[in-house]
Design a protein around this ligand. Structure first.
Ligand code: SF4
Length: 189
């Protein structure tokens, strides 16, 4: 690269010698940044979704290329968030694509010091066995005055704010059918 070329490539020279005197446009661009483009431009499709992190339910646009999520941004058409996402929602691509995302059931036994990997079937069977045993051990037909209770205080449910309406409906139905009465959600507390 010659001296003249080097000087002309210098942003301060371009700012002083060219029309962009405030250096907020062409003067501040390098050849590298001129070739940059948004990764959303390459997407094969855009899928509308809802941020899974909290009960605000901000709208998201999920950009997909070759079957993989390449970017997640706020949806300007959402009446809830009008294109905005908080830092957590803005980082939700990592929830899907992070190599440290946990995709297996991890179990630490009582007094255990290590996590064990379980199959989903085994974990579900263990949970079902414990719920049934606890229900049988703690079931209350009546109170001490003979009034009907038909309940258990042996287990409770505390749902997270990322659960949607349908999931909350099904959880409430399940726990009520099992006889639980302490059924709550983090978003109500
Ligand atoms: S973007 Fe932030 S405020 Fe909106 S739903 Fe997600 S976590 Fe909640």
């Amino acid at each position: 690269m010659g001296m003249r070329q080097w000087i002309e490539g210098w942003p301060v020279y371009r700012q002083l010698a060219g029309p962009d005197r405030t250096a907020r446009g062409a003067a501040a661009k390098s050849s590298g940044s001129e070739n940059w483009h948004a990764r959303t431009e390459d997407a094969d499709k855009v899928v509308r979704s809802i941020c899974p992190y909290c009960a605000v339910g901000c709208g998201q646009k999920v950009y997909v290329k070759d079957g993989a999520v390449t970017q997640i941004e706020g949806d300007p058409d959402s009446p809830v968030s009008r294109g905005r996402l908080c830092p957590k929602g803005s980082a939700s691509k990592q929830l899907v694509t992070s190599p440290s995302r946990v995709t297996e059931v991890l179990y630490r036994r009582p007094y255990g010091t290590e996590w064990e990997r379980l199959s989903l079937d085994q974990a579900m069977d263990m949970i079902a066995d414990r719920v049934l045993a606890t229900r049988a051990e703690t079931w209350q037909d009546t109170d001490d005055q003979g009034r009907k209770l038909n309940r258990t205080l042996g287990f409770a449910s505390l749902g997270g704010a990322t659960l949607d309406n349908e999931e909350n409906y099904l959880m409430k139905k399940l726990y009520t059918a099992l006889g639980a009465i302490q059924i709550e959600n983090q978003a109500r507390i």
